[in-house]
Design a protein around this ligand. Structure first.
Ligand SMILES: [Zn+2]
Length: 657
């Protein structure tokens, strides 16, 4: 059976991303459906060929119909959802091809038909009636794109280099220049039944064409042999890539307007600003962050043209469904790295962004449009620093970052050879608020109790702490596993990450490219070590919501039943000072993340335990060591204190067990 590429590569990989990954010996052992899955997996191997979850593939395969015993043509086409790289047979719908083609008769009976009509959307509901062999996989809206192209194999990709041509002002002329008559330009049209008919027309009128550019959107190409189709896809992308590369010369994006901050400075700015920013973008729903600081991203955010291009937004429908109509560009001068001035710029930017989003919704909405969705940006561009993407989980925010990375590549190419044109606002709205997209969102599984939460577990390398990790992950949390024994924390994190899987999306610089869990070494009795670990957690996920301390130490009395001073000191350090330091550093971080009112509630503390109160006292009464000692009376030294700092957005509770 096919084995999918281990991981998706992207612009960070300097290998030739368009090399053939086809293995004849492997393919020879496969049946036609397995070969389709194999082709799909290797096409999905690199984000520059197609984005995570983007694109689809098909094969028209003749088989014996179990109903009649006669030969029949079956369209195997990637269904709704899933990703090409990891697709299995379960991701492919199988439909009686002739029945799908016959749907045209039904469609043409509608007097009011055409792109974006209810008649066109209604065809999606007809595909299940054409199912072959009781296959339960739901067909995607792209099904007719594959059915109506009269070739056995079809690949539809979202390659960065080709979308650069598809979003260029001179797209049709550039297509002719790059491809001659091999690839035909088609204007933007929302995917659906009409686009299928349009592609049928292209094939009829251009019998020698091998593919078409879908304006603003991507590439579709075809062949009667599957390997030939795969190699053609790579070749067409390569022709676009080489065309763009040959035009590299002067600086992209109008050159640098500002310089990137040194890496350590970028990190300092992020640690100071991210928890605060996360609080701001989570006003409607809590979000998890992914930070991108790769060279290409920095080149873009630092450039003269970034504000203009950012305002235009992304183009490929897959991209903008995640990145929203546009990112928020922070018009900030990074020189000196003044975080307060960045916050001021971001605060004003967020207000403007939300107003713009409401205006976009009001201007474009239709009588039956779904209600306005979250109006905070999902991508924030910070000159000198990089890009911050937001999502409901780590995996989702990585996807958003991946898609804006792709969009930067698209804009770079388009601007090199022409001028970048974004998708028309109304067209973008009609995708974003499409009733079929809304139905897809409604079919999403309900969120888990700890989705959108970042939980830090101290003492996670063994025992209760380690046991807790799986439970937290299972309930949806993003988890930072910390232990004094760094190796055990990293091992616990890696083991569980393997179990839950990396999720989707190829993006994130350094620790921000993490999965749902990351393991770190830190001694909680060392304030500097704790501060470093919390900083790592912030760069990884954007902030911290809950802290659990399970680390503890039980001193053994000697033969006389006495505990030596050294043992006492150790027990006190681990059981009392450690949790205090974690909570103390955490509260400082919370100060950045919370609104002032919430912070006051945290301090005033209905139900607030000793450690939090000690922090309050320290901060406001300066009563010092006496209070610190009162945080955990000496009588508790034989009992491991477990400190639970519950969500700062609700009540803060510290419990000792
Ligand atoms: Zn597409």
């Amino acid at each position: 059976m096919p084995t999918s590429p281990a991981a998706k590569t992207d612009g960070a990989s300097r290998e030739d991303y368009l090399r053939s990954r086809w293995d004849d010996a492997l393919a020879a052992k496969m049946d036609p459906v397995e070969r389709l899955i194999y082709r799909s997996n290797i096409l999905g191997a690199d984000a520059r060929i197609t984005n995570t979850g983007g694109g689809n593939t098909s094969s028209k395969i003749e088989v014996k119909d179990p109903l009649t015993g006669e030969r029949t043509r079956v369209l195997w086409v990637k269904g709704s959802g899933g990703d090409l790289r990891t697709a299995t047979k379960a991701n492919f719908a199988s439909l009686y091809l002739d029945q799908v083609l016959n749907l045209r008769t039904l469609y043409e009976k509608n007097e009011h038909r055409g792109p974006k009509t209810p008649a066109e959307d209604a065809m999606v509901g007809m595909y299940p009636y054409t199912t072959f062999d009781r296959n339960p996989t739901a067909s995607s809206i792209d099904t007719p794109l594959h059915a109506y192209i009269p070739f056995a194999h079809v690949d539809h990709m979202h390659p960065v280099a080709v979308i650069a041509l598809a979003t260029a002002k001179d797209g049709p002329a550039l297509t002719r220049e790059v491809y001659g008559n091999d690839v035909i330009w088609t204007n933007w049209q929302r995917p659906g039944f009409e686009l299928g008919l349009e592609l049928e027309r292209v094939c009829r009128e251009h019998p020698n064409a091998k593919g078409a550019i879908l304006g603003q959107h991507g590439l579709i190409n075809w062949a009667n042999d599957d390997k030939e189709c795969y190699l053609l896809t790579l070749d067409l992308i390569r022709r676009a890539q080489e065309f763009l590369d040959a035009r590299a010369g002067k600086a992209d994006f109008g050159g640098a307007k500002v310089q990137a901050l040194p890496e350590a400075e970028r990190r300092r700015v992020l640690v100071e600003v991210l928890p605060w920013l996360r609080g701001k973008v989570s006003a409607e729903k809590r979000q998890i962050a992914t930070v991108e600081m790769r060279e290409e991203v920095l080149e873009f955010v630092n450039s003269h043209d970034a504000p203009r291009l950012a305002e235009l937004g992304t183009s490929c429908p897959d991209h903008f469904l995640r990145t929203k109509i546009k990112p928020l560009y922070a018009d900030w001068n990074p020189e000196g790295g003044n975080v307060e001035s960045l916050k001021t710029v971001l605060e004003a930017g967020l207000t403007q962004y939300r107003a713009d989003y409401a205006e976009y919704y009001d201007h474009c909405k239709r009588p039956d449009s779904p209600a306005i969705r979250v109006s905070s940006p999902s991508v924030i561009l910070i000159p000198g620093v990089g890009l911050v993407a937001w999502g409901k989980s780590k995996s989702e925010s990585r996807v958003t970052a991946e898609f804006y990375n792709a969009a930067i590549g698209v804009m770079r190419g388009a601007e090199r050879v022409s001028q970048y044109i974004a998708l028309d606002r109304q067209e973008a709205f009609d995708i974003e608020y499409w009733l079929l997209e809304e139905a897809k969102l409604k079919r999403m599984p309900a969120e888990k109790p700890l989705d959108r939460q970042v939980v830090l577990v101290v003492g996670a390398g063994s025992g209760i702490g380690k046991g807790l990790l799986a439970r937290l992950l299972g309930e949806g949390a993003s988890v930072v596993a910390i232990d004094r024994d760094g190796d055990s924390a990293v091992a616990a994190g890696n083991e569980l990450q393997k179990k839950v899987g990396m999720g989707i999306g190829v993006a994130g610089t350094g620790i921000s490219g993490a999965g749902q869990i990351v393991g770190l070494g830190a001694d909680m009795t060392d304030r500097a070590a704790i501060r470093r670990a919390l900083s790592e957690a912030v760069v990884a996920y954007g902030g911290i919501d809950q802290v659990v301390v399970t680390a503890g130490y039980y001193p053994n009395p000697d033969d006389k039943g006495e505990v030596g001073d050294h043992e006492w000191a150790r027990a006190f350090a681990i059981n009392v000072t450690g949790p205090y330091l974690v909570a103390d550093e955490r509260v400082d971080l919370a100060g950045a993340q919370l609104e002032r009112r919430a912070l006051e509630r945290l301090h005033a503390g209905v139900g607030l335990g000793h450690v939090g109160r000690a922090k309050h006292d320290l901060a406001h009464r300066r009563s010092g060591q006496r209070r610190k000692a009162a945080a955990c009376p000496p009588s508790t030294f034989t009992i491991c204190p477990v400190v639970l700092l519950k969500s700062p957005f609700r009540n803060a509770v510290i419990a000792r067990i």
